[in-house]
Design a binder for this molecule. Structure first.
Ligand code: 5GP
Length: 192
């Protein structure tokens, strides 16, 4: 078996409302060698989300048990009372299938994964053109109650200050352009 510590891993991070999910979905269609790393989380599924596809939706008790069992590469309480974490078993499963995991995680989690995989990782930070646009996008999406919306906007403003810690930053003001930029970066990484 390959030495897994030498395997590639792609980290995509962004403040909420940056349009990251759409970009990631497009990327996955373009590069069949990538596999989405399905995180565990304790929030409730949104309409259309599928357990085991979008997330492993688990209870708080199950999550805390997994922390105690050291099952996570990283985990964060991303929003008040809501845990999210990258399962080591998920990454190993993907590498064993000879694919490259793509982790779509919050900024703190991304910094942790980057720290662990260093040069073998590719990290990309995606940002909305401005906080106003980000706030508008989140409101239009309509998936969050007002309190959660404010929490996401405040967190996004803070997370923007970490952009320079990542290998690349993409400003998502035009989906087509941002998508092309991301494909180019990933394509270069995959061939190196
Ligand atoms: P959402 O609730 O909108 O699906 O995700 C909220 C945030 O949690 C997003 O920034 C998403 O990237 C992040 N997230 C998803 N999975 C993980 C994970 O496994 N670890 C960390 N640290 N953040 C995650």
């Amino acid at each position: 078996m390959n030495n897994m510590s030498q395997q590639k891993i792609i980290i995509i991070t962004a403040p909420s409302g940056s349009g990251k999910t759409t970009l990631v979905k497009r990327l996955m269609l373009q590069f069949p060698t990538l596999a989405f790393s399905i995180s565990a989380c304790t929030r409730t599924p949104r309409g259309g989300e599928v357990d085991g596809t979008d997330y492993h939706f688990i209870s708080l008790q199950q999550f805390e048990q997994s922390i105690a069992q050291n099952n996570f590469l990283e985990w964060e309480m991303v929003y008040e009372g809501k845990y999210y974490g990258t399962l080591k078993s998920e990454l190993n499963r993907i590498w064993q299938n000879h694919k490259i995991p793509l982790v779509d995680i919050d900024v703190k989690g991304a910094l942790k994964v980057q720290e662990q995989y260093k040069a073998q990782a590719l990290s990309v930070f995606i940002k909305a053109p401005s906080i106003d646009i980000l706030s508008e996008r989140l409101q239009k999406r309509g998936t969050e109650p007002p309190e959660s919306l404010k929490e996401r906007i405040d967190k996004a403003a803070y997370e923007l200050s970490f952009a320079s810690k990542f290998d690349h930053t993409i400003v998502n003001d035009d989906l087509g352009k941002a998508s092309a930029e991301l494909s180019k970066i990933v394509s270069q990484y995959l061939t190196q």
